[in-house]
Ligand binder design. Structure first.
Ligand code: NDP
Length: 299
C-alpha cells in the first residue's frame, strides 16, 4: 500500500539501546527519521546512517506528524513531553509512547495528551533490541483504533507483529506488566536454580539442556489453563496443590541446607499452603491466582 510522503516520516525521542534500534529500523525501511536524546552524542551513528539530528525535543517533534517516545520510564517521558515548548509543538500531532511503565501512568499521560490536543497512542515492546526490524519483534498497542490505523504503515516498518489491544490506553501497559511478571519471576527462579545446582556441583552448562526441557513444559500449561483460570475451575487431577507444596518444600530445604536464600520459593509455598488450609488441597496450583486476587475470590 502506498503511503503519502508526509506520513513516511517519524521522530524518535530517546536513544537508549531500544530507541536506537527503533530509529535504525525506521531508517532501514526508508522512513525519514528525526532523532533526539537528552544527552547529546547518542545520535551520531544514526545521523551517519541518514537520520536528522534535532537540536531540541521541540525541534524534533515539529519535524514529523508522528513521534515515537522510548525512554526509561514515564517520569522521563513526562519530563520531555510536558515541557511547554514541546507540548506546543506536539499540538495536533501524534505521540506513540513505547516507554514501559504501569497502566496507571499510561492512562494519566493519555489524559494529559487529550487535555493538550496531542493525539496519543500507548504501546509496549515485548522483545529485545536485536529483534527490532525483524519478523521476531513483538509490539502491543492501545488507544483510539482510528489513530492506530492512520499510523500503522509507519509503525509496521519496525517489523514483527503489531497487535492493537483496544481503546483503553492502559491496556498495552497492562499486558506488558503481566508478561514481564512471568519473565522476571521465571528468571529469578532460574537464577536460584543455578545457585542450588552449583552448590550440588552441577554447572550451568550441564543443567542447560534440562532447563530448556522445563521451559518447554510451560507453553502448553499456559494454553490449557487459560479457560480453567477464567472460569475459576482449577483441576488438580494430575498434580494437586498438596503434592505441589511438598515438592516446593524439598527445594526450600535443599537450598537452605546450602545456606542459599529460598525467600522467593518460600513465598510461593506459603501461598500454596494457604490455599490448602482454605480447603483447596485437591485443586491445581493455579488456584493460588484466586488467593492472590481476593476480589476475584469473593465475586
Ligand atoms: P533505558 O531504559 O535505559 O532508557 C534509556 C533512555 O532513557 C535514554 O534515552 C535516556 O537518555 C532516557 N532517559 C532516562 N532518564 C531520562 C530523563 N529524566 N529525561 C529524559 N530522558 C531520560 O534503555 P532502553 O533504550 O533499552 O529502554 C527504553 C524503553 O524500552 C524502556 O522503557 C524499556 O523498558 C523498554 N524496552 C527495552 C527493551 C530492551 O531490550 N532494551 C526491551 C523491551 C522494552 P540519556 O541518554 O540522556 O540518559
Amino acid at each position: 500500500m502506498s503511503t503519502p510522503t508526509e506520513q513516511r516520516s517519524v521522530t524518535v525521542l530517546g536513544l537508549g539501546p531500544m530507541g536506537r534500534a527503533l530509529a535504525g529500523a525506521f531508517l532501514d525501511a526508508g522512513v525519514r527519521t528525526t532523532v533526539w536524546n537528552r544527552t547529546p552524542g547518542r545520535e551520531r551513528e544514526l545521523v551517519a546512517r541518514g537520520a536528522l539530528g534535532a537540536a531540541s525535543a521541540e525541534e524534533a517533534v515539529a519535524a514529523s506528524p508522528l513521534t515515537v517516545v522510548c525512554v526509561v520510564n514515564y517520569d522521563a517521558s513526562d519530563t520531555i513531553l510536558r515541557r511547554e515548548a514541546v507540548t506546543t509543538a506536539l499540538k495536533g500531532r501524534t505521540v506513540v509512547n513505547l516507554t514501559a511503565d504501569t497502566p496507571a501512568r499510561a492512562r494519566s499521560t493519555a489524559a494529559w495528551a487529550a487535555e493538550h490536543g496531542v493525539r496519543y497512542l500507548d504501546g509496549a515492546i515485548m522483545t529485545p533490541t536485536p529483534t527490532i526490524g525483524t519478523p521476531a519483534a513483538v509490539f502491543l498497542h492501545s488507544g483510539p483504533a482510528e489513530l492506530y490505523r492512520e499510523h500503522r504503515p509507519v509503525l509496521d516498518t519496525l517489523g514483527g507483529t503489531h497487535t492493537h489491544l483496544g481503546e483503553d490506553l492502559g491496556r498495552a501497559a497492562a499486558y506488558d506488566i503481566a508478561l514481564l511478571d512471568i519473565f522476571w519471576t521465571a528468571m529469578s527462579g532460574y537464577a536460584h536454580a543455578l545457585a542450588v545446582a552449583r552448590a550440588e556441583g552441577i554447572s550451568a552448562r550441564e543443567l542447560a539442556p534440562f532447563a530448556q526441557g522445563i521451559g518447554a513444559i510451560l507453553p502448553p500449561i499456559f494454553e490449557g489453563a487459560a479457560e480453567e483460570v477464567d472460569n475459576g475451575v482449577f483441576s488438580g487431577a494430575n498434580n494437586p496443590l498438596t503434592s505441589a507444596a511438598s515438592s516446593m518444600a524439598h527445594i526450600v530445604h535443599a537450598s537452605e541446607e546450602h545456606g542459599i536464600d529460598a525467600g522467593v520459593l518460600r513465598a510461593a509455598e506459603g501461598l500454596a499452603r494457604r490455599a490448602i488450609e482454605e480447603g483447596h488441597g485437591g485443586d491445581g496450583f493455579l488456584r493460588i491466582t484466586d488467593i492472590l486476587d481476593r476480589r476475584r475470590k469473593h465475586r
